[in-house]
Ligand binder design. Structure first.
Ligand code: PNS
Length: 159
């Protein structure tokens, strides 16, 4: 079975992430969304909350599962039997960071390939940080995140 991991912070998942996830799910037998437990980063949502929100969003995707992980991504891939890492590329500015990550992961485990999918142009400006900032200043994020996630962001920011 061809299993891929789609890793990220997903704080929160955006429509751009969701688009990449759906396209990856059409290419692989199984896609596991790997939500990083990142203690160094100040996140709006806990890893458990992020997993729950993504789970609610992807109910119609039968070959997708969501898990959180700690430590090295390639170790997580090994643990779940994944041979591929999916990453979305938005603009040239993503390239340097992604090349570094690819190189590190490939050095650590060359049995795991990184597969890059280009973001659709309409999502090329979209990031989790932009969504949080816009929401913080009461901007409209309804086109940027799934409705379930929009609701949770508004609840969290208005606390
Ligand atoms: O959505 P993000 O924050 O750009 O995702 C980054 C992520 C989670 C893919 C990356 O930080 C990661 O893989 N972290 C796990 C630690 C690791 O394996 N590091 C070595 C590769 S740089």
């Amino acid at each position: 079975m061809n299993i891929a991991v789609y890793p990220g912070s997903f704080d929160p998942l955006t429509n751009g992430h969701l688009d990449i996830l759906k396209r990856a799910a059409s290419l692989f037998d199984y896609v596991i969304v790997g939500v990083l437990i990142n203690n160094n980063k100040k996140c709006l949502f806990s890893p458990e909350e992020r997993v729950d929100m993504i789970n609610e969003t992807i109910q119609d995707l039968e070959n997708v599962r969501v898990m959180h992980f700690n430590g090295l991504l390639v170790d997580f891939c090994d643990k779940v039997g994944a041979k591929a890492i999916i990453r979305g590329l938005r603009a040239v500015s993503d390239y340097e960071y992604e090349v570094q990550m690819f190189a590190a992961n490939y050095q650590l485990n060359s049995n795991v390939e990184t597969v890059f999918l280009m973001s659709q142009l309409k999502y090329s400006y979209l990031s989790s940080s932009a969504v949080k900032e816009i929401a913080f200043y009461n901007g409209n994020i309804s086109e940027m995140v799934p409705p379930i996630i929009e609701e949770q962001i508004k609840k969290r920011i208005n606390k």
